[in-house]
Design a protein around this ligand. Sequence first.
Ligand code: SF4
Length: 293
Amino acid sequence: MSDTRQPPSASDLFAAHPRSFEHNRYVYPVVSRRAGGVSIGVNLNLDKVCNFDCIYCQVNRSEPAEKEFVELGRLAAELDAAIELVTSGRIYQQPKFSQTPPPLRRLNDIALSGDGEPTTYRNFDEVIGLCAEVLRRHELDDVKLVLITNASMFHRDRVRRGLAMLDAANGEIWAKLDAGTEAYYNVVARTAIPFWRILENLCDAARARPIVIQSLFMRINGEPPPLTEQEAYCGRLAEIVADGGQIKLVQIHTIARPPAETWVAALADAEVDALADLVRRRTGLPVTPFHSR
Ligand code: SF4
């Protein structure tokens, strides 16, 4: 029988970010809007638990995290194979990637993200070292190692060591900040980790190296973030800078994939743009808006 499935369109490619690929356990390539190319994701959170329970997350979580060690040998082998698949171009022969537009047929980054918070792993620093070593071995100096994080664990020694190794590998921290007030943070993140801890960690990290702030705003029960919240958010960014932190970019996202809760929804493009403008005016920082699909 012939295969009658249609290859995905370019917009489907952006929307579909499954964390599984072939028989891999940890590594999955995706065509990424934010990357403007192919991003190889490294998912350390196979148990699908996280120390946040964001209302917009794609995965529902309610249990405390069970932390296991990552199998480094297997992770290295999967990363090697995925890099070879993308850089050789063989990946675009697969139906899932065959519609990738030519300008996006490039490996942009290795991103530690996935189904939970990557810094909660006990061998996080070893994972960073391994990813950096694989990139070195493939002589991919222009491919970034990106840590996508909620910044909740930066104060832990192992994570500090991992962040220093990320710096040495010319990597980048993309850290989440989705609120300006504690009350709104509690609504969005649903975690026991206090807001002050996140702000302090962001500030410390940004003092040590320039970081990217990744923020997501949405409609909650039909309501966009109140203007007071938007102003408070700008104030938090300004505080980080005033405290000596370096923010190289602020990304303003909205919901692009089905969220955990049915009562949250994407902002309109104009609302995302207006918030991005506000942040630029209030902080003077570079801002990139990302619309919903
Ligand atoms: S921090 Fe990230 S992975 Fe964790 S619940 Fe929030 S969006 Fe999901």
